[in-house]
Design a protein around this ligand. Structure first.
Ligand code: ZN
Length: 355
């Protein structure tokens, strides 16, 4: 086995593609209301970062079909499997019933248009997180298909993800062996910075790491990993270098005020090393190779990084999918061993054929 690509983004052509997967009421609603597209506004269609120029097809988009993804991710880079994290904006709509209908249609679309067209593809379950009961029901419905290997949430939602209203999602995810994938992106219920709305897209994208920091702190401090000790959380497209510094800060202040969270019986950084993983693109480290190696050392763990190309997002040029400077001795772990240890449903991939 060569590699498992843990963050790949299929593009949905538009709401018309989901029509066959909607029930008659919602199909009619989409047509009558002329709802043509639910693009994730965290990744505007024409923003340079959304699709690398050399990966765009004649329509100006990339990763629209299983073949388009497979040609690069499997054919060119030699990955053995890839996890699809679909960012189509079903988690943005305000109507809970609509969100539920659209998430169901989207998950069914992913099955029929991607998973059934290439046996190397896996996917995350997109949850209608606007309503936790509906989210759990959708998780249960999709979990029956073992090609779904993860649950997908956004880095910035209505409330911090450690809050107890979300715990039924974690109970179901743990029971089915599904990690919680938290991907960069916002449903824009709150400003993307705690100071208020920034002006430019660069500010929005850079602020994602602040969202990830708050989510990690919330999950640890609220005791999610105490309640669900088998649960894994994967930070997707979060950047990497911010984590050790933030965990030192959180662990330091936890020591001083630990009486308010007595269920946290060890350093938050130790908890995070056991439960949290990060994909390696974009790697937001320094250019100096020795400095990158040092920044990796700051994790004090070789188990936390997972290989990902973030295809078709434009995070690197050429074919250098593994960020430069990551020590050779870690490549195999990052490409294969760590993903297999994180995604229990991928274990079958490591079995010899026929066993
Ligand atoms: Zn991504």
């Amino acid at each position: 086995m060569h590699a498992i690509d843990c963050d790949v983004h299929p593009t949905i052509p538009g709401m018309s593609a989901l029509l066959p997967y909607l029930d008659p009421f919602w199909r009619e609603s989409v047509v009558e209301r002329e709802i043509s597209s639910l693009e994730s506004i965290s990744y505007p269609v024409n923003a340079p970062i959304t699709a690398r120029p050399d990966w765009k097809n004649a329509s100006g988009r990339a990763a629209v079909t299983a073949d388009e993804i497979g040609a690069t991710v499997f054919g060119r880079w030699g990955a053995d499997a890839a996890i699809l994290n679909c960012l189509y904006g079903v988690q943005l709509v305000f109507n809970e019933d609509m969100a539920n209908a659209f998430a169901r249609a989207l998950n069914d679309y992913i099955v029929h248009e991607f998973l059934e067209r290439d046996a190397r593809l896996r996917a995350s379950i997109v949850l209608p997180v606007q309503n936790v009961e509906m989210a759990v029901a959708e998780l249960e419905r999709c979990a029956a298909d073992k090609r779904f290997v993860q649950v997908l949430l956004l880095a910035m939602g209505e409330s911090p993800l450690g809050r107890r209203m979300y715990w039924p999602i974690y109970e179901a995810a743990q029971r089915h062996g599904l990690p919680i994938g938290i991907h960069a992106g916002s449903n824009y219920r709150n400003p993307v910075t705690s100071l208020g709305w920034p002006t430019y897209y660069a500010e929005d994208y850079a602020a994602q790491s602040l969202g990830f920091q708050s989510q990690v702190a919330s999950l640890v401090c609220e005791g999610v990993f105490v309640k669900y000790p088998q649960l894994k959380v994967v930070l997707l497209e979060s950047g990497v270098s911010w984590l050790p510094g933030f965990m030192w800060r959180l662990s330091k202040f936890w020591r001083g005020v630990r009486m308010e969270t007595p269920w946290i019986d060890r350093s938050p950084f130790d908890i995070v090393r056991d439960h949290v993983r990060l994909t390696v693109q974009p790697y937001d480290g320094p250019d100096d190779l020795a400095a990158i190696e040092k920044s990796i050392d700051h994790f004090q763990s070789d188990d936390m990084l997972l290989f990902a190309s973030d295809f078709p997002h434009w995070q690197f040029d050429g074919d250098e999918t593994m960020p430069r400077g990551i020590p050779e001795r870690l490549h195999r772990k990052i490409r294969v061993d760590n993903p297999l240890a994180t995604y229990s449903r991928l274990a079958a991939l490591a079995q010899p054929a026929g066993s």
